[in-house]
Design a protein around this ligand. Structure first.
Ligand code: HEC
Length: 205
């Protein structure tokens, strides 16, 4: 009787050791895999943003001998709210003349659609894409609708091109944008050709 007890105790102890060890190993693997996968998604998104000209229009600039370069302290925070622009001279645009003009840092644009200001793409909740979901971001770029369901997204945002990127690429871009430091910058609403502000809420309600 006693001997059986000892054998049983040994078997149970061995089983417990095996179970604990395998669960610790699998937890370590899962932990590492999850973190590494997230990091590589963000890195891929950073690469796609760097090579898709997003900074050209969405980052405020500093002036260098080479012209305007993205201000790395305010990357992708959109048209600076504090900037004021002089009025566009009347009659500048015509079908055979100028088609559109941009301001000094390419964050504001004037054309037949009115005046558009580039969005704050940092994850600030009130003024950026902090409240946006991945689905909304993908729908906005695929359909050209504000936040995926609202008004038409105005030129020169090249959503018809970016909307053709793969779902994995768009997910990576969104993951990178969400990893940026949030910057509070309330970009002005766009202005219609007749001069009225076009309401553009940035918060998901
Ligand atoms: C040629 C200039 C230009 C480039 C390049 C550009 N954008 Fe934009 N983007 C704009 C403008 C202008 C707006 C604001 C349009 C509006 O208010 O309707 C905008 C708006 C957006 C919006 C907000 C859409 C919405 O739902 O209102 C997102 C998201 C966005 N851009 C993402 C990107 C990403 C990501 C890239 C790079 C892959 C990029 N943009 C490159 C000009 C640009």
């Amino acid at each position: 009787m006693k001997r059986w007890n000892v054998v049983l105790a040994i078997i149970i102890t061995a089983l417990v050791i095996v179970l604990v060890t395998t669960s610790v190993i699998s937890q370590q693997k899962r932990g590492k895999g999850g973190k590494a996968a997230k990091e590589s998604l963000v890195e891929r998104g950073a690469y796609l943003v760097r090579t898709s000209a997003c900074n050209d229009c969405h980052s405020p600039k500093i002036f260098t001998k080479m012209g305007p370069m993205p201000d790395t302290t305010r990357l992708l925070s959109g048209h600076p709210a504090a900037d004021t622009l002089p009025p566009v001279p009347k009659g500048l645009l015509s079908p055979k003349g100028w088609g559109a003009i941009g301001n000094y840092d390419f964050t504001a644009w004037y054309g037949p659609w009115g005046t558009s200001f580039t969005a704050n793409l940092t994850p600030d909740v009130e003024t950026g894409i902090g409240s946006w979901t991945e689905d909304m971001f993908i729908a906005a770029l695929r359909k050209g609708k504000h936040m995926g369901t609202g008004r038409d997204i105005l030129p020169p945002m090249p959503w018809p091109d970016y909307g053709q990127k793969s779902t994995d690429d768009l997910k990576a871009i969104f993951a990178y944008l969400k990893s940026l430091p949030p910057i509070s910058n309330a970009v002005p609403d766009p202005i219609s050709p007749t001069g009225e502000a076009i309401p553009t809420p940035h918060v998901l309600k």
